[in-house]
Design a protein around this ligand. Sequence first.
Ligand code: MN
Length: 224
Amino acid sequence: MSEKSGKNERSGRSGKDALRTYRDKRHFGRTAEPSGEGAARDGDEKESEDEPSFVVQIHDASTMHFDFRLEVDGVLKSWSVPKGPSTDPQDKRLAIPTEDHPLEYREYEGVIPEGEYGGGTVMVWDHGTYRPTSHDKRQRPVPFAQALEKGHATFELHGEKLRGQYALTRFHGREEQDAPSGGNAKPTWLLVRTGHHSGGGTPDPRRARSARSGRTLRQIAEQG
Ligand code: MN
């Protein structure tokens, strides 16, 4: 891990340390969510050869929302998307950053016990790979992590439901603009379909079916 994550030295976060917040929030004796302890080596090997993966989960927690996750440098960079991704380029979907998740989380589907962090039902709504497509002004490819750091990343999703070009763009709400640098207002992002309208529009979480098991939220909740 250390060799490849050398570029992250400034922030002092290897892929594994990046999961500290994730682990601090959870009791792995009570939730079946992955701890990510075995993830680092696996992720490293995969990283160089294959396209990175993505997953969109529906999370029926205190508030129903979608979790949008992209594999970057051995972890899943994550955003909570209240309304879910849209296939309509007119829809700009709010995406609120959440803690990095371990790679194994892309396969997690089940019920987080009530009272635990994120308690509720999780469905793997869509999964697949993505191709980073960010370029600089001279049309040279920009590493995805760098594009995210700069606040604008474009990518092509190869999922079962979501296919084609999307963009994540950071914007700063009024609160943050007014705050002095280091203010604690969280940046917000927009997730937007940038290709042509591909049909489907916005998924209805109650009717949606898992890309992993074909089950509805209700069935997952009943079966665990
Ligand atoms: Mn969630």
